[in-house]
Design a protein around this ligand. Structure first.
Ligand code: 5GP
Length: 190
């Protein structure tokens, strides 16, 4: 996605340990027009998937997911990282955080994900695929069908993409980073 790649090259910042900072336009300050373009591109790429619900994980997946839900007129569910006192019947699993170097629980109420759903998972980054694996586990517990996973940015050198594709999941990433070596952002050509 050309416009996204240009923004990454212009405004993305690289940090040691293979971390790309895009908080000027994606996950802190957000550019709603870019988010809309991102959602439109996801919709194009998953056009034949017959989705009835968009699934994401808090916090940074919510913006692109809700844009898609708005454009497609579909409900959006986000997996929560803290259990509300009021939630009883829930699906739960544990995820290792890449950026925060710790483990956390992710939960979804059974009320909002069940065997009648065909869900598309959307998130900002795909790195090692830990968040995605947690989502796969929750979707499996729910009996829903996972029809695909869309990421704004995939870091190809961190292997999550390979794992998911080998599992037969339809993965779409709008910008793929081949390397951040020497703090140079190297994007995959399309
Ligand atoms: P994974 O679970 O695939 O290892 O990592 C994905 C999650 O970690 C994403 O939801 C994202 O929030 C965070 N993440 C992974 N890599 C990066 C990165 O380079 N930059 C930022 N800002 N977040 C990242």
């Amino acid at each position: 996605m050309k416009v996204l790649k240009e923004r990454i090259l212009k405004e993305g910042r690289c940090y040691p340990g293979g971390i790309l900072k895009v908080d000027k336009f994606i996950n802190h300050q957000m550019d709603p027009n870019l988010m809309k373009d991102i959602a439109v591109e996801f919709i194009r790429r998953f056009a034949s998937s017959n989705v009835n619900k968009i699934l994401t994980i808090e916090a940074s997946g919510i913006a692109p997911a809700i844009m898609m839900g708005f454009l497609l007129n579909l409900p959006v569910v986000f997996a929560k990282k803290k259990k509300p006192n009021t939630m009883e019947n829930m699906l739960s699993t544990t995820v290792s955080s890449f950026t925060k170097q710790r483990q956390y629980n992710v939960i979804i109420s059974r009320e909002y994900l069940n065997e009648n759903d065909r869900v598309l998972f959307i998130d900002d980054f795909l790195a090692y695929g830990n968040a995605a694996k947690g989502i796969m586990e929750l979707v499996e517990q729910s009996g829903a069908e996972l029809v695909g996973m869309g990421f704004i940015i995939e870091k190809a050198f961190q292997d999550g993409g390979r794992y998911l594709r080998e599992k037969g999941i339809h993965v779409e990433s709008l910008a793929i980073i081949e390397s951040l070596d020497n703090c140079q952002i190297k994007l995959k050509e399309e």
